[in-house]
Design a protein around this ligand. Structure first.
Ligand SMILES: [Ca+2]
Ligand SMILES: [Ca+2]
Length: 269
């Protein structure tokens, strides 16, 4: 082959190489440009403090998860405690209800028992009984004063413990609602004398107002019966009040003497 041809071939090769080189450069440029623009894009898209913010967000998320876990644990404990409390409350309520039921049953049983043994008209019956008792008591106390004995048809109090002068004795009888005794007839006189044990006794007769005019103190009138012991009344040194003895009929005596006495029951008042 001639020199000219060789040169042409070399030139063609050189052109080819140059063209390839140009393509390569172009490609390299495009790659570099692409990288450059990609970096720009990423730099635009990803903020500079991305890592810090990411870490911070992760940290917050961790805390939130931990917090949520705590809350769940708390809620679980709360639910458990609440259930226990509810259960205890139900048990207590049940116990209270049972107790209440037992009390009501017991009360009902007792009420029924009392209703059976206590008559329904108890108050009415009691009031009637009280009224009858009061009436009977009133009659008895009017008719038979306490400590009095029946002699004949009348009642007498024959004192055996306290001594009084005639006036004190009269006062004593009046405090009982009665008077010193006057004697109405000989039978009564004998019956009273038979009961005397601590002679002498005052009776309700005197001549204080007018000498030798013996009156019955309760009435102020002449004594219904005057039955004197022998030699009486002698008004010995001014004797104006009358005594009676078991072994002796009436005798005028000194009113100031301290003696036992006989009261008569005034049953008519
Ligand atoms: Ca006298
Ligand atoms: Ca006398």
């Amino acid at each position: 082959m001639g020199l000219g041809n060789r040169k042409l071939k070399e030139a063609a090769k050189l052109d080819w190489l140059e063209s390839r080189q140009a393509i390569l450069q172009n490609a390299q440029f495009r790659i570099e440009a692409s990288l450059f623009y990609n970096n720009l894009t990423w730099n635009k898209l990803i903020p500079e403090d991305f890592k810090d913010r990411w870490n911070n967000a992760e940290s917050i998320l961790d805390n939130l998860e931990a917090g949520q876990s705590s809350i769940e644990k708390y809620l679980e404990t709360y639910r458990s405690n609440f259930e226990k409390l509810q259960k205890n409350t139900e048990i207590q309520l049940s116990e209270v209800q049972n107790t209440s039921l037992r009390v009501e049953e017991s009360f009902e049983t007792k009420t029924l028992y009392w209703q059976k043994i206590i008559p329904q008209d108890l108050t009415g019956r009691l009031t009637r009984i009280e009224s009858q008792v009061k009436e009977t008591l009133s009659k008895v106390t009017k008719q038979i004063p306490p400590n009095f004995v029946k002699i004949g048809t009348r009642y007498f109090y024959i004192d055996k413990s306290i001594k009084h002068n005639w006036f004190g004795a009269s006062h004593f009888c009046r405090r009982l609602g009665d008077d010193l005794a006057t004697i109405e007839n000989e039978q009564e006189l004998n019956d009273i004398r038979a009961r005397l044990t601590r002679d002498p006794y005052w009776i309700g007769i005197n001549d204080l107002d007018k000498e030798n005019e013996f009156i019955a103190a309760p009435t102020g009138k002449r004594a219904p019966l005057l039955k004197w012991a022998p030699g009486e009344p002698n008004n010995d040194n001014n004797q104006d009040c009358v005594t009676l003895k078991s072994y002796q009929n009436m005798d005028d005596n000194w009113c100031t003497r301290e003696l036992y006495f006989i009261c008569q029951a005034n049953t008519n008042n």
